[in-house]
Design a protein around this ligand. Structure first.
Ligand SMILES: *Cc1c(COP(=O)(O)O)cnc(C)c1O
Length: 413
């Protein structure tokens, strides 16, 4: 591995100026924000777009004849088109706005599950899933009398694909799997996994929460049936997210939540439903956050995204090499194909103590089970410390992190 020079094609200092949060001090030290897998930061473009919306355009969508309502509707639908282009969906109508990845998985699990999952059927998940891609499936499995099966992984945190292939059969009704693990950073071989599932006629629901901010995603190239993600991990505000679904599936599924906007006609005897996407967007949607998500996509389109991702990947390699040289550090998750999540433990130090001491140095990392308790069970640890990078992080962030971890080790020695 070579040392990282900040790459000439990517001016990280210039990019950092776009994110006002980053230029502050915490506990008297420059902030080192390394908790991007939990929530990323928001650039000025998104902040300004949100303010403009609230100052000049705020109104309810779809129902109004007046100017503001029409303006809000136009902007909300424009954001949907930006999402379509960003993930290369065939149609904007296949992109349902939800409040985050969790709501998206619940939508698919309920709307698909009630229609297509029956007694004795099987749902395949993986050992490395976030709770958001486990619990909704368990709930629907219980309701429908179906069984959950789990793709195992190896010590490096890579799925054992042979086992996955042996699990698929005529009872399998869904494969729900993460594109990138939030606790390990593993990038799963999704395209071939989807191809295999399709040989059995089984649809795949991808948890893309950690993929959209770190790699290019093309839902048509992947041939994903459903692809779900949150806005707040891709430089947009909380309360935004997308549940992409192929039209053929979305049309066959019934609505998941009932209420305003999702109907065509209502009488007490019978309700008829609106077409997609409204059918799955009951009630007043998260208009401001969704427009913010559209602005975050504008921002990503305005920078050299490939250079940004390459910069981030070099930082990952630099950090991995440097951390693995510190005596007492154990890296958790060492897959060959990895995105910028670095989970680790220190001998004799609880991850929460690591997090607390690093906070004193202005460093934001996460300590805990990362909503992936089955991953902690697999490695037989109660928790890990997790540093997760975004393209606005620097080599200096990594250096300060490593120096501070050495201090933690010295304190507990
Ligand atoms: C964060 C995350 C989720 C849940 O996203 P919310 O924004 O909390 O709904 C699901 N899966 C993965 C892989 C995540 O990183």
């Amino acid at each position: 591995m070579k040392a990282v020079k900040e790459m000439s094609s990517f001016d990280v200092e210039k990019i950092r100026k776009d994110f006002p949060v980053l230029s502050q001090t915490v506990n008297g030290k420059p902030l080192r924000y390394l908790d991007n897998a939990a929530s990323s930061q928001v650039p000025n473009l998104v902040i300004e777009r949100g303010a403009e919306y609230l100052k000049k355009e705020h109104s309810n969508v779809h129902r109004g004849v007046h100017y503001l309502s029409q303006k809000a509707t136009t902007e909300y639908e424009a954001a949907r088109e930006k999402v379509r282009k960003f993930i290369n969906a065939k149609e904007a109508k296949e992109c349902i706005f939800v409040r985050g990845c969790t709501e998206g998985v619940n939508l698919v699990a309920n709307a698909y599950g009630r229609k297509f999952i029956n007694e004795g059927d099987e749902i395949i998940l993986s050992q490395m899933e976030h709770h958001s891609n486990i619990v909704p499936w368990q709930m629907i499995a219980e309701e429908r009398g179906a069984k959950i099966r789990v793709i195992p992984m190896n010590e490096a945190g890579e799925l054992i694909i042979d086992e996955y292939e042996n699990m698929l059969n005529e009872r399998t009704k869904m494969v729900a799997v993460a594109h990138i693990s939030n606790s390990l950073g593993t990038i799963n071989p999704l395209k071939s996994m989807i191809e295999t599932a399709h040989k059995f006629g089984v649809p795949v629901c991808v948890d893309g929460a950690q993929a959209v901010p770190h790699i290019r995603v093309d839902v048509q190239d992947l041939d994903a049936d459903f692809y779900v993600f949150s806005g707040h991990k891709m430089f947009a505000p909380t309360g935004s997210g997308v549940c992409y679904g192929k039209r053929e599936w979305l049309e066959k599924m019934d609505s998941y939540q009932g209420g305003g906007s999702m109907i065509y006609t209502v009488t007490f005897e019978k309700t008829t439903y609106a077409p997609i996407p409204e059918k799955f967007e009951a009630g007043t949607p998260a208009i401001a956050p969704s427009i913010g998500l559209g602005a975050a996509i504008d921002y990503l389109n305005s920078i050299d995204l490939d250079a940004a991702f390459a910069h981030e990947h070099e930082l990952l390699e630099y950090a991995t090499e440097k951390l693995s040289k510190i005596e007492g550090v154990k890296l958790i998750g060492t897959a060959k194909e990895k995105a910028s999540v670095i989970s680790f433990t220190l001998e004799n130090v609880h991850p929460h103590d690591i997090g607390t001491i690093l906070d004193q140095e202005g460093i934001a990392i996460r300590a805990g089970h990362h909503c992936a308790q089955p991953v902690m069970q697999f490695y037989d640890v109660p928790a890990t410390a997790r540093a997760s990078l975004a393209f606005y992080n620097t080599k200096e962030d990594v250096d300060v992190l490593c120096d501070s971890i050495q201090k933690v080790i010295d304190v507990f020695a």
